[in-house]
Write a protein that binds this ligand. Sequence first.
Ligand code: ATP
Ligand code: MG
Length: 235
Amino acid sequence: MMTTMIDVRALNQYYGQSHTLWDIDIEIAQGQCTCVLGRNGVGKTTLMQSIMGLVPNVQGEVLFSGQNMVKLPAESRASMGIGYIPQGRQIFSQLTVEENIRTGFFASRSKLKNVPATIYELFPVLAEMRRRRGGDLSGGQQQQLAIARALVLEPTVLIMDEPAEGIQPTIVQEIADVIKSLVRDKGITVILVEQKLAFARQVGNHYVILDRGRLMAKGLMSDLDDTIVDQYLTV
Ligand SMILES: Nc1ncnc2c1ncn2[C@@H]1O[C@H](COP(=O)(O)OP(=O)(O)OP(=O)(O)O)[C@@H](O)[C@H]1O
Ligand SMILES: [Mg+2]
């Protein structure tokens, strides 16, 4: 049976006069990975930021375990257990790897003093590089760092916005494996924005497709067929 973790209902969003998201209804299944697909500029990031509370003028409901969060600030949503990994990673290049991870502590529910060993077990390369500056890391290592920073929150839900963007293929597979393990072994609910269909098919249980700010299709990843792909995803 599918339990809904996050329920987005009749969501509309506006940047000033510009109506960006239109009447979005999405159910995010607990303990599974839902991929948000769509071409450039269709509103994927805006939808993630609407769920996280990072954009203005969001109307409708965002229910988390049944509670409407739509008026809550992002910090409250983080404290409730929603982790957010922004597009482009946004790590601090002047801070060390360890300091970057520590910036995730502020919103964590358990009052952490040190980076949990499990984080470095998941990403051994970050343990090796813990005293190096964030800016010295490769793109793939920075993405691992961004995931690590979000994980110290011990999130129930993890939102990841295009984690494989601009990363060399060998590391892309490592990131896919990490996401699968977060879902399978830790029971984390993942919302993954992704443009690479092969990646999405590999890690996703469900898909939703946006086009020009509207929800065009949703369902089981195993049911995502070529007609839909050609219509909404191929360029
Ligand atoms: N801060 C903003 N102010 C005004 N308009 C914005 C803002 N951010 C995004 N937009 C516009 O909203 C629309 C959706 O953008 P968004 O970044 O959500 O798309 P996306 O699907 O994530 O794109 P990409 O695949 O390139 O990451 C675009 O037309 C974009 O220009
Ligand atoms: Mg985006």
